[in-house]
Design a protein around this ligand. Structure first.
Ligand SMILES: Nc1ncnc2c1ncn2[C@@H]1O[C@H](COP(=O)(O)OP(=O)(O)O)[C@@H](O)[C@H]1O
Ligand SMILES: O=C(O)C1=C[C@@H](OP(=O)(O)O)[C@@H](O)[C@H](O)C1
Length: 281
């Protein structure tokens, strides 16, 4: 029994670590998963391309448990999402693997998108790759577009299709979300919740930029990187997740200028919003 699926990376609009309310925007960077199941095999072996396979092995196991199967097998992921930069590589991997496992079982019509989402989030929590369950990241990765969430209730409050071009600055340095100084981030919780109110009210650009200012301040990242992008004409720019990546929303007329400014700091990915989300292949 074999299944394949893909899911999206995403950028942060509002980081939920302070306040447990978030918002994320899916981008056209994907993780693809292939799952092979064997009813006679014991255990699940994962190949995460050199990354810790615990998350994806847990995703297969939890999906099999959800349907009541005691199968074994293998799971392999391939990704164009730089890991541990705040680009939701963990959410994309979880969603792609759960979808691929469902497909391998031939059960695509017997599970809802929310049930797929919740299995992946549970696996991420159990695998210690998230602080709040990252429901914003996971829902954007699976549904596509913009998702605005309550991570405490694991509820999507709003979804919207968005048409934006995106630049992502990807420094070499990694930052593992689970190692974030949460107490420090929570110092500005009231202001982060204001940023969340802004995205709920449709102020996407201001929410992204304000969120970036707040988390650069508490997590110790450079404010200038985002300000340089804004000075070069970006509509919004800010830290993505717990970093180390920065994301900018740009018009085609200023994209090259912003890209040149950010190339002084590291590699820059040109992409766009993905409104399709995760799919079975
Ligand atoms: N392509 C992948 N395949 C399997 N697991 C992955 C993949 N990408 C990320 N992960 C898992 O997610 C972890 C990174 O999580 P995290 O630091 O939160 O990064 P991000 O900010 O990109 O979500 C990795 O250590 C690994 O366990
Ligand atoms: O672990 C978590 O609960 C979260 C991690 C952050 O994303 P990254 O994992 O991309 O840093 C953040 O943006 C998200 O709202 C919640």
């Amino acid at each position: 029994m074999k299944g394949r699926a893909k899911a999206c990376g995403a950028i942060t609009i509002v980081n939920a670590i302070a306040g447990w309310r978030g918002a994320a925007l899916a981008v056209d960077l994907h993780t693809t998963a292939e799952v092979n199941l064997d009813s006679e095999a014991d255990g699940v072996m994962g190949d995460a391309g050199g990354l810790d396979p615990t998350l994806i092995e847990t995703c297969v196991e939890k999906t099999l448990d959800w349907f009541g199967y005691d199968f074994g097998g293998g799971v392999k992921t391939e990704s164009e999402i730089p890991p541990s930069r705040g680009l939701k590589s963990s959410s994309a991997a979880a969603n792609a693997v759960v979808l691929a496992t469902v497909s391998a079982l031939g059960k695509v019509d017997e599970i809802t998108e929310k049930e797929v989402l919740d299995i992946g989030v549970e696996a991420a929590v159990e695998s210690d790759v998230t602080i709040t369950g990252a429901y914003d990241d996971a829902s954007a990765s699976l549904y596509g577009g913009l998702t605005i969430t309550d991570n405490w209730e694991r509820e999507v409050l709003k979804r919207r299709e968005i048409d934006e071009e995106v630049l992502i600055l990807v420094p070499d340095k990694q930052a593992h979300s689970s190692e974030t100084n949460v107490e420090r981030a929570e110092l500005l919780e009231p202001l982060v919740l204001k940023a969340h109110e802004m995205v709920v009210d449709g102020m996407l650009y201001d929410a992204l930029t304000l969120n970036g200012v707040l988390y650069c301040a508490t997590l110790g990242y450079k404010q200038d990187i985002a300000l340089d992008a804004l000075e070069a004409g970006a509509k919004a720019a800010g830290l993505s997740g717990t970093g180390t990546a920065y994301a900018g929303l740009v018009e085609s007329g200023s994209k090259e200028t912003v890209k040149e400014v950010w190339q002084e700091y590291g590699d820059v990915i040109e992409t766009k919003v993905d409104n399709e989300g995760g799919i079975v292949l």
